[in-house]
Design a protein around this ligand. Structure first.
Ligand code: ZN
Length: 263
C-alpha cells in the first residue's frame, strides 16, 4: 500500500467516510496511520474497539489481563460465547481481524499499572480509558498528561454513564481536577455488585469511538473541558463545563505528581 493514496479496496471499504467532506481520502489516510490504545476490553472497550476497527484506525493496542467470563457477555459485545475462558485481548483481536483484517492489533495481556503505564502510552497517539476502577483511571490520566497524549475517558454505573476528553497539557482540566480523591473503596459502586444496564455500555463506548475519531481528525468541538452525563432511565444527556484546578497535584501550578499514580 502506498503511503499517499488509498488502495481501490480501501476506497470501497471506507467509501461512506471518504464521501464526507470532513473526512475525505486525506482523513481516511490519517486514521489508517493512527495508533490508539484501549485500556480494558470490557463493556466500554468492546464497542469502542469495534467502531475504531471498522473506521480504519490502523493500529489498535488493547491492554487487559483478564479472560472472558460468561457474566461479561451481557454487555461486552466484542466477545462471544465461544470465547469464554480465552484471554480478552486474544478474543478481541480475533473479532477485529474478522471485521477488518487490515487493522494491526497489539495485544498487551497485562494490567495497566504504575510500572508499565508510561511505556504503554508512549507507543500510541491517543488513549481510550475503558477501565472499571479508579486506580486505572488515575493511572491513565497521569500517564496521558505526562506523555501529552489525548485521553478519551468514560465510566458507567447502573443506568448512567459519563464521558470526557482530557488534554490538560493543552487545554481544560485533567481527571484529577474533577475527581481529586478516589472514593472510599467500600462505597464505590462496582458493576459486579450494583449492576449495569448492558446497552448503556454500548452508548458510552460508542460515544468514546466518536470522540476518538473527532480528535484524530481534528473535527468539531472537543469534549475537553466538558463532561457529558447520560441518564438512560430519563433518556437525557447533559453536558457540564469543567475547569482546571490550579491546585491540581498533576496539572496545577505546583505539581507534586511526576510519575503515574494509582490514587
Ligand atoms: Zn489536573
Amino acid at each position: 500500500m502506498s503511503d499517499d493514496d488509498l488502495t481501490d479496496e480501501q476506497l470501497e471499504r471506507y467509501a461512506r467516510h471518504v464521501i464526507l467532506d470532513e473526512v475525505g481520502e486525506e482523513g481516511q489516510l490519517k486514521l489508517l496511520r493512527s495508533r490508539v490504545l484501549v485500556v480494558g476490553a470490557g463493556g466500554l472497550g468492546s464497542p469502542a474497539l469495534l467502531y475504531l476497527a471498522a473506521a480504519g484506525v490502523g493500529t489498535l493496542g488493547i491492554v487487559d489481563h483478564d479472560t472472558v467470563d460468561i457474566t461479561n457477555l451481557q454487555r461486552q459485545i466484542i466477545h462471544t460465547d465461544e470465547d469464554v475462558g480465552e484471554a480478552k485481548v486474544r478474543s478481541a483481536a480475533e473479532r477485529i481481524e474478522a471485521l477488518n483484517p487490515e487493522i494491526e492489533v497489539i495485544e498487551h495481556r497485562a494490567r495497566f499499572t504504575a510500572a508499565n503505564a508510561m511505556e504503554l502510552v508512549a507507543g500510541y497517539d491517543l488513549v481510550v480509558d475503558g477501565s472499571d476502577n479508579f486506580a486505572a483511571r488515575y493511572l491513565t490520566n497521569d500517564a496521558c498528561f505526562l506523555a501529552k497524549k489525548p485521553l478519551v475517558s468514560a465510566a458507567l454505573v447502573r443506568f448512567e454513564g459519563q464521558l470526557s476528553t482530557y488534554k490538560a497539557y493543552e487545554t481544560g482540566p485533567c481527571y484529577r481536577c474533577i475527581f481529586p480523591t478516589p472514593p472510599d473503596p467500600n462505597l464505590v459502586p462496582r458493576c459486579d455488585t450494583v449492576g449495569i444496564f448492558g446497552a448503556v455500555a454500548g452508548v458510552m463506548g460508542t460515544l468514546q469511538a466518536v470522540e476518538v475519531l473527532k480528535e484524530l481528525l481534528g473535527l468539531g468541538t472537543s469534549m475537553a473541558g466538558r463532561l457529558l452525563l447520560f441518564d438512560a432511565l430519563d433518556q437525557t444527556f447533559r453536558t457540564i463545563r469543567t475547569n482546571r484546578d490550579p491546585d491540581c497535584p498533576l496539572c496545577g501550578e505546583a505539581p507534586s505528581i511526576t510519575a503515574p499514580q494509582a490514587d
